[in-house]
Design a binder for this molecule. Structure first.
Ligand code: IDC
Length: 330
């Protein structure tokens, strides 16, 4: 009897310790802020506090999947990131999702793995349907509806997931066409995840957010994507974003980079700094392109570094040296 009683004490003590261990776990971005929503132009957390998300985007997830490992994502988190974006090319070229049955399976599998890693790291996680060379998202709307229906049924109870339904409409795609697309894709997500935050790309590579004015989407918790690459648009972001904020449109910078073409060597670090400051001042969330070592101006990791996490200054490109400290948001 005595033995049984002392065993019970040990079990109870262990249970207490286990509860303490769980309660004492370091908070993650998602456990700290919980489910997000959009209030006016601002992303707010479960307590209604404004939140600024900051983080890195993968390169195309089928191209550089190795940088979406848990330690890499935790490395960005330890520098202050609270967000990670998984970019999955929808293209029918580059081995993208719509290219073939293999492209579809491979893209979705690598995306799922990256999303799981990011959630494990406690990060807000963007599932990005990366429209680029396919220009007009309407052309593959059925595939997108099917994809987002599947993803949102899998992740319906995950407060960390954010859906980005079309990276960069371009060519002669108009905002009206994006609306026609969004009116089919958003309900497919909302039927599973009724309040999820959804990002919607805008014409001209998501630079032309102004085309949304007067024609907002008729849903809550929607944000419009603004993308910007420094050195080419001469600080136009200030007037564009001032206008959108003043007129009440919620904006999310779901991709931006330093310089635009792969290797111009024309890195506008000053404009990058100004952009980071503007976004901090107005609590705009942002994602930087990209976390990989491809030989391109906007890659964060140097081409001669083979580390997949644990980077030091020597591993970072000029862009990486600007972006990594800015992840702290200070
Ligand atoms: C670029 C990649 C490059 C790749 C190309 C494919 O960096 O390696 O060859 O895509 O066409 C974007 C896009 C993003 C681009 C990036 C840089 O969202 O996919 O990645 N960019 O060109 N919009 C503006 C710039």
């Amino acid at each position: 009897m005595l033995q049984w009683y002392s065993a019970m004490i040990v079990v109870a003590a262990f249970a207490g310790w286990a509860a303490f261990a769980v309660a004492g776990e370091a908070p993650t971005p998602v456990s700290r802020h919980g489910k997000l929503r959009v209030e006016g132009t601002q992303l707010v957390d479960m307590a209604g506090r404004p939140v600024q998300l900051r983080g890195m985007s993968t390169h195309g997830i089928t191209w550089y999947p190795e940088y979406a490992n848990v330690r890499a994502i935790l490395d960005t988190r330890s520098r202050g990131a609270n967000l990670f974006r998984v970019a999955m090319y929808a293209d029918s070229v580059h081995g993208g999702y719509n290219e073939s049955e293999y492209g579809k399976r491979n893209s979705a599998a690598l995306l799922r793995l990256a999303v799981e890693n990011s959630l494990e790291a406690g990060m807000y996680t963007i599932i990005d349907w990366h429209i680029l060379e396919d220009k007009n998202p309407l052309l593959t709307v059925d595939s997108a509806v099917d994809f987002f229906d599947t993803m949102s049924s899998i992740y319906k109870d995950e407060p960390g997931i954010i859906y980005e339904i079309c990276n960069e409409p371009n060519g002669d795609t108009t905002w009206d066409q994006v609306v026609e697309y969004a009116m089919q894709v958003i309900p497919a997500i909302r039927k599973n995840a009724p309040d999820a935050v959804i990002l919607v790309g805008t014409p001209s590579y998501s630079f032309d957010v102004l085309s949304v004015r007067g024609k907002p989407l008729p849903f809550d918790n929607i944000m419009y994507s603004f993308h910007m690459y420094t050195g080419f648009t001469d600080y136009q972001f200030v007037s564009i974003l001032d206008t959108m904020r003043a007129e009440g449109y919620p904006i999310f910078v779901s991709e931006w980079g330093v310089s635009t073409d792969a290797n111009t060597g024309k890195l506008d670090i000053e404009e990058g700094r100004a952009f980071i400051d503007y976004m901090r001042q107005h609590q705009l969330s942002w994602v930087n392109w990209s976390l990989c070592n491809k030989e391109e101006d906007f890659s964060a990791i140097r081409p001669d570094s083979n580390k997949l996490s644990g980077w030091t200054d020597e591993d970072l490109t000029e862009s990486g040296q600007l972006i990594f400290p800015a992840l702290a948001g200070e």
